[in-house]
Design a binder for this molecule. Sequence first.
Ligand code: SP5
Ligand code: ZN
Length: 389
Amino acid sequence: VDVFYTESHLLHNPQEELEYGKIIPFHETPDRISNAVDALVRSRSLSFNLTSPTDFGLEPIRAVHSDDYIEYLRHAHAEWTNYVGGDPTRGVTPDIWAIRHISGPRAKPPPSPDAQTSLPRSVREGYARARMGWYISDGQTVIMEKSWQAIYSAAQCALSGAEYLVKLNSASSPPKDDNPVTSLALCRPPGHHAFRDVGAGYCFINNIAVAAQHLIDRHGARVAILDVDFHHGNGTQSIFYDRSNPLFVSLHAQWDFPHYTGHEDETGTGEGEGFTINRPLAREDCHGKDGEEHYHATLNTLIHSHVVPYNPTFLLVSLGVDTFHLDPVGGLGLTTPGFRLIGASIRAGVKLVEAATKRRVPTLFVLEGGYGVDDMGENISEVMRGYVN
Ligand code: SP5
Ligand code: ZN
């Protein structure tokens, strides 16, 4: 399995996050990826080839995110240090947030404090404070001095994984064998809580949305996104809510972060009606052996009732392994063999689409959450093993 990965993620190194009023050690740590890479390389059951991403530039990111938001991410740390008086070693840790639906249509994105140097210092300070709460919606999504480089590179990993599948698919078309066409993007920071112009839940750029949009724009793809992270992929949902391509399907824990979305009655709007599918699971229903079976049964139903009938030409999986029963942030009762089953269920669905359409369905796995640094490598590896076997 080809894996897209870069050490640039190390540049995103917050030490602490604000969690329900307490400052705690940052969960979304560099060793998540470092340990996962070690585990993949050591894996005896499957061979993983690590590849550095290609640089596709800013354009595919701008196809999903607004220019003012991208500019903010690039300058946030300098604004924090220069105007807010923030501790540069702690990084931008917002504790004010624009509640946009309350602020209403009169609320405006605050301008950059660097744009108008003739304004009084106090006004520019005000802009900088307002901006951190406008563009970031919680205190976990911390921006360090060099975070942008990691954020940008993570999106390039997802794009590279997608582009690699396009190449592989056209090289082997029509396919003679039954070999899976798949790749894995080890993105850090993750992406599925990132909106068009708001970051949240450790996410800044929505890596999977950028890859999906690129496949649609450049390759005329019909994309299905299956999100199996513990948390609802609210950013991805929001970006594509009024569209019929991509399809967005999410299976997640009920009433946990991001707290307000992911209910079954969120099904899309306008042209997108019916192309967003949510299945929230109660945590109590997912513990123990029966619980794990319940999880897999629900996942299978989603794949067979929604992903397969959509006949996607590409499948993108938001792969969070924070559903692992020992995960310190999530935890939905899944065991390591359960991750292998997730991969196998996805592959079974893909094979049905391939049989119906006589075309391969290249499948890109994009890493989202997973915080149990000792286990996540093995769990990721098991998903891939389940998929390719
Ligand atoms: C990409 C992703 O998985 N983002 C998730 C962000 C969730 N942040 C966690 C918030 C609070 C978690 N507290 C867990 C403590 C349980 N002991
Ligand atoms: Zn998650």
